[in-house]
Write a protein that binds this ligand. Sequence first.
Ligand code: AGP
Length: 613
Amino acid sequence: MCGIVGYVGTRRVIPIILEGLKKLEYRGYDSAGIVYLHEGRLVKYRSQGKLANLEEMLDSVRDVGSTIGLGHTRWATHGAPSVANAHPHGDCSGNLVVVHNGIIENYHSLREKLQAKGHVFTSETDTEVLAHLIEENLQGDLVLAVRQALEKVEGSFAIGVMWTGMPDVLIAARHHSPLVLGVGEKGGSFMASDIPALLPYTRRMIFLDDQELAVLRCEGVEVISLTTGARVEKEIKTINWDAGMAEKGGFKHFMLKEIYEQPQSIANTLAGRLDPETGIVSLPELGLSREEMQKIKRISLVACGTSWHAALVARYWLEKWAEIPVEVDVASEFRYRHLLLDSSVLVIPISQSGETADTLAGLRLARKLGAKVVSICNVVGSTMTRESDGTLYTHAGPEIGVASTKAFTSQLAALFLLTLYLGQERRKIAPDTLKQMVQALVDLPQVLESELPRLHKELNIIAETYSRSRDFLYLGRGCNFPIALEGALKLKEISYIHAEGYAAGEMKHGPIALIDRDMPVLALVPRDGVHDKVISNVEEVKARNGRIILLGTSGDRQLSRIAESVVLLPEVLEDLNPILYSIPLQLLAYQVAVLRGCDVDQPRNLAKSVTVE
Ligand code: AGP
């Protein structure tokens, strides 16, 4: 997704924008650009590909004294990735520029009307329409012109606008795309698509809501409503992440750093929410009374990608321990079903970013139909959290690697907490059992901490053995079936190896035809209620000469008899295996991608935050 950075203040703007854009690289992009004001003129640089190309172009002007500017990384939606389509986009006069994240759905008809009035376009983008539309309305009052232009726009936008007529002002506005403002500790104002871009400069942030516009000056920020023009009082929130938290911290890649952070991120998810002494779980942030919890007839989990896999695991937990029927939907399908939702259904959207367009659309639809919505989300102040009745934050910290790791296991931890809480409040779990489960959950981060280094070494060896394979099959049963799906997704998204996850029992209904002596088949076989069933499925693979990798419980001797490679894991509470078994699968995907020379943190074609439908 596109990334925006803007600054107005007393410091040199070019380094601030470049550093900010680097912090947004995780969002995915294919071109980049910058604009700053110099001697009354707008100076624009744009390049295709990585930010390094833009940096090179800026080498000779880096020390220019300009203190106001905008930067952008573009992830192409309308028009190919090219210099001409890279942002910023300007109007006909060359005195006004716009950077934009989102999609202007009615750009085609707007463009035709503007062309009929004589406006000349130089790109294929939907964004350029905005620059000309503002120009068309501009009669001295930039704020009014932006408001009038945005009134005509259908779709989503986070924008930054700069005009030579107001040389000390930046305009920001948003609707259905993320934008955060930074208030400098010693003056200066910032805007960015995400918090990490601003953390080196300030922790004081303002989260713009939909249909809001901000006027940024060196002296501060003023927010007004796009629709009424009235001033809106906004709270300045202090973000406790320091800039170091968003850096690689000595690891080669963000993904590896984030894999290693999981003992801590899971502990953070649990912190303050359970008491091992009493076995009591408290989640007041859900905003659900005991009576409301008892009345829930159904839970509907809605998410995309990895977050959807977390939802699939949670179905097993919630049905077993809270005794509530659960349905799970991929968000892009949910919204097109004939939904039977009302106030007896609890809808839980799950998202790391809180900005995923499909999940947000599902959330909005659910609320419209009268369902109660409690989201599970990692990003404080994101759109999802602001539009839900309650939010269970995962507190995993910023996740920069495009492939989700720590956010996923924190989602699982949060969903397990939720399960225990609902089971407790609905009186479905006996107090003694609950206490044991709470203890097992509290102990889990320590288990992960002590296993990680050994697992890392073992999975490096396994990666070496299989990294040249063309296809992979991942098998699991019960609550580990979604972990097989997740393992396969991790491998394909960062190493580009074709991988499929399957319910182990379903393999004989089709994929078994693929098995030959070149095909690695990885199966999850912890010692649990379905262990023997999975072993039978693995025997079917062995009979067809497949190359078998087994992940199972320490002491399970039969694994090495069947498999070419075995990874042993400690015994934990059966329900927590999905969290534990995720770790070796993440390490395997990571190391295979490294061995194949892939761009681990920014895999091709992927974006961290998918803000288009
Ligand atoms: C995760 O590795 C993926 N890159 C992707 O599937 C992701 O989980 C999905 O886009 C949903 O994102 P969200 O959790 O921010 O909503």
